[in-house]
Ligand binder design. Structure first.
Ligand SMILES: *[C@@H]1O[C@H](CO)[C@@H](O)[C@H](O)[C@H]1NC(C)=O
Ligand SMILES: *[C@@H]1O[C@H](CO)[C@@H](O)[C@H](O)[C@H]1NC(C)=O
Ligand SMILES: *[C@@H]1O[C@H](CO)[C@@H](O)[C@H](O)[C@H]1NC(C)=O
Length: 178
């Protein structure tokens, strides 16, 4: 093969590969959104696409990436809550934040445990653990909504972690059922 046609060949190979990988993200997120009405397809696709190495990932790899995204989210949110706790706030809000801080502290441990379980293909166990993270976001948010007139400063973050956890659960189910 002449060099020019070889690089053209390479280009097509890379192009086809890139398109296929992108399709896998879309396909996976479409399945997630179909199986769980809580999952927003656009959020799923943009989150996975933004992650490094996601274009070359298999479905199992995307599951691992989704766990990493949860880990980043919960770690960042725990820092953010700590920052809020240092501010002058209503005592009820402080109480809520303190509960959320504990929930997110546990969530960091849970995600790390889930990563190990996922890596060793203990999907049922990882499922249980990720479900506790998903529940933690609702519990945290619920504290604020209990008192009338309060606006949760964590709505968006709770929702992001909720979405990512639902995505991880859905992908794990796909991996498990093949
Ligand atoms: C899905 O999320 C995107 C942003 O992530 C938002 O623009 C869109 O309105 C959401 N769609 C639904 C149905 O909630
Ligand atoms: C949480 O994850 C989502 C998706 O990866 C990202 O868009 C968002 O910025 C993250 N939030 C935090 C606080 O890290
Ligand atoms: C949660 O985030 C998703 C994706 O960005 C969005 O579609 C949905 O409306 C949000 N829900 C709430 C309650 O904010």
């Amino acid at each position: 093969m002449r060099p020019a046609s070889f690089s053209l060949f390479l280009f097509f190979l890379l192009f086809i590969h890139g398109t296929k990988a992108k399709n896998l993200i879309h396909e996976t997120c479409r399945t997630c959104a179909q199986s769980d009405p809580n999952i927003n397809y656009t959020f799923c696709a943009s989150s996975l696409q933004a992650a490094p190495a996601s274009r070359r990932a298999s479905v199992r790899g995307l599951g691992s990436i989704s766990i990493t995204l949860i880990e980043h989210n919960v770690t960042d949110t725990r820092h953010f809550i700590k920052h809020l706790m240092g501010m002058k706030l209503d005592s009820y809000v402080k109480e809520c934040l303190s509960d959320c801080f504990d929930l997110y502290t546990d969530a960091i441990d849970s995600v790390q445990k889930a990563r190990e379980q996922y890596n060793s293909k203990q999907y049922d166990e990882a499922n249980v653990v990720i479900s506790t993270v998903l529940d933690a976001t609702s519990t945290c948010e619920g504290g604020f909504t209990e008192k009338k007139g309060l606006v949760s400063p964590l709505t968006e973050r709770n929702n992001d972690t909720f979405q990512l956890s639902a995505i991880a659960l859905s992908i794990m189910h796909m991996v498990q059922t093949g």
